[in-house]
Design a protein around this ligand. Structure first.
Ligand code: ITT
Length: 203
């Protein structure tokens, strides 16, 4: 069975990735399994740059296949901010709650039509031989006027999805993975790895 190292330190992402890839024939390893896995500094100008840096460094260091996730929330009214800075929107050690409060405050009084937003997820698979594969997923929605729901993480309580009439924090992880930016990217990763494994190890 091949090893797949997750090049992320975000436990919430790890949990969603593990759930989506649970039936894939790989052994998933995280920073909890590998001693002294390097911490990658994120200073890229795009989700792609950060995702590439994370995956490439972790696969070079472990000499194993690595999967990274760089994701962010783009709010139309804020000219696509916080985007690549979503994790640090309200400062270096910002909590999810700090970020949500800052965003709600910036959108005070802004009408529904102008609260449109997109979650974007860029995933990179980096192979020990240097080969790179990129996958993306987008989810459209709007920023609610207050938080709702206790599931998920990050901006989920204030990210309202019109198609289901709920925020992402009001649905469970399996339901979120079916529609979310990360879930969509992971579906592509799944298909790619399934083929890769079949070609390499299948009969
Ligand atoms: P790693 O770099 O270690 O993967 P991180 O949390 O720093 O972890 P990012 O730089 O990609 O990851 O930041 C993404 C931020 O965007 C994340 O911290 C959340 O605030 C937000 N975010 C991403 N996906 C989300 C989701 O599915 N639901 C809610 N918020 C999300």
């Amino acid at each position: 069975m091949i090893d797949l190292v997750l090049a992320t330190r975000n436990r919430d992402k790890i949990s969603e990735i593990q759930q989506s890839l649970r039936t894939l024939n790989v052994r998933i390893l995280t920073f909890g399994d590998i001693r002294d896995l390097p911490i990658v500094k994120e200073n890229g100008r795009s989700l792609y740059e950060n995702a590439l840096k994370k995956a490439f460094l972790i696969s070079s260091w472990t000499k194993k296949l690595a999967l990274s996730d760089d994701s962010g929330l783009e709010v139309d009214f804020l000219n696509k901010r916080p985007g690549v800075k979503s994790a640090r929107f309200s400062g270096e050690n910002a909590t999810y709650e700090d970020n949500n409060l800052k965003l709600l405050k910036l959108l005070t009084g802004v009408s529904e039509e102008r609260r449109k937003a997109q979650f974007k997820c860029v995933m990179i698979l980096s192979f020990p031989d240097g080969r790179i594969e990129q996958f993306e997923g987008i989810l459209n929605g709007e920023i609610a006027t207050s938080g709702k729901g206790n599931n998920g993480f990050g901006y989920d309580p204030i990210f309202f999805v019109p198609e289901i009439g709920k925020t992402l924090a009001e649905i469970n992880q399996e339901e979120k993975n079916k529609i979310s930016h990360r879930g969509k990217a992971l579906k592509k990763v799944y298909r790619f790895l399934e083929n890769y494994i079949n070609q390499r190890y299948g009969n």
